[in-house]
Write a protein that binds this ligand. Structure first.
Ligand code: PEP
Ligand code: MN
Length: 302
């Protein structure tokens, strides 16, 4: 039996049917079951718990300085904020653009935090890469093939969000578009999918997080802000993500959510961030310690 055949049989869908070997670089079997880790400065995504927090949009200087200090003081790892916003309505705030890139870089540096920001336009990938430590490709752009290819040719890790209608295989194929151009530093971000449910903005697919642990070698991060659309659900869904085995969370936070420029309704009040970060670190430790003790126990029994 050839190697390709063997890998094909290892990855199966929920009915037990073999999934074709469609994503050779992102597959768990591509690295003999080992997980890819991604170093960004002093942080390693995929080792320990990565916490990314910040407003939906990059806002004015004063707000950004305040948020960056809150994110750093809470013990989170990255500052997020969008300069180019893929809003559902063309009449909504579209982001401050290049000016916002400069601002998030500056406040991030002042707070000693690496920054994550989104690119929308393939022609701007290199420009955004000059300002960002990690480049986000949003849910609405997951199928933008020229954008994926351009992201594959730069030297920055890519946070690839799941499209609201994408299956796991479609999402992994989008990762594959980036990886086959040469950039293997892809992080997957589950941000909820569209279902019949309307109480929440999207349905956060926690099952996908556990499934991806078996399907792919790429780190997985969960965004419970877009995943739920409700600020009171952000903390519990962060905890669910960690319990399901996520490598990190990305959440929207704001000092004054009702007055945020965008997505205040799903932004954790910044004052609540320190408790959440501490809880998640403790929970991660608990989940991780149990994993380890279980494997020691199995060895002891064999
Ligand atoms: C965001 O993270 O700012 C965003 C727009 O999210 P999504 O692409 O998941 O809707
Ligand atoms: Mn948002």
């Amino acid at each position: 039996m050839g190697m390709g055949m063997k890998m094909e049989m290892e990855v199966r869908d929920w009915r037990g049917r073999a999934v074709a070997k469609k994503f050779p670089l992102a597959a768990r079997s591509a690295t003999d079951g080992r997980r890819r880790t991604i170093r960004v400065g002093d942080t390693v995504i995929g080792r320990g718990l990565t916490i990314i927090a910040g407003p939906c949009s990059v806002e004015d200087e004063r707000t950004m300085t305040e948020v960056a200090a809150a994110v750093r003081d809470a013990g989170a790892d990255f500052l997020r904020g969008g300069a180019f916003k893929p809003r559902s309505s063309p009449y909504d705030f579209q982001g401050y653009g290049i000016e916002a890139l400069e601002r998030i870089r500056r406040v991030g540096d002042d707070a000693a935090l690496p920054v994550v920001t989104e690119v929308l336009d393939p022609a701007l990938v290199e420009t955004v890469a000059e300002y960002a430590d990690v480049i986000q490709i949003g849910a609405r752009s997951m199928h933008n093939i020229p954008l994926l290819r351009a992201a594959g040719r730069i030297e920055r890790p890519i946070l690839l969000k799941r499209a609201m209608h994408a299956t796991l295989v479609e999402w992994l194929l989008a990762a594959e578009y980036i990886m086959r151009e040469g950039n293997r530093r892809v992080i997957l971000c589950e941000r909820g999918i569209r279902t019949f449910a309307t109480y929440t903005r999207n349905t956060l697919d926690i099952g996908a997080v556990a499934a991806l642990r078996t399907l792919t070698n790429l780190p997985v991060i969960v965004d419970p802000s877009h995943g739920t659309g409700r600020m009171e659900l952000v903390a519990p869904m962060c905890r669910a993500a960690v319990a399901a085995g996520a490598n990190g969370v990305m959440l929207e936070t704001h000092p004054d959510p009702p007055n945020a420029l965008s997505d205040g309704f799903q932004s954790l009040p910044a004052a609540e961030l320190p408790t959440l970060v501490a809880d998640l670190r403790a929970l991660y430790q608990f989940v991780h310690d149990r994993d380890r003790s279980r494997s020691i126990e199995e060895e002891g029994n064999s």
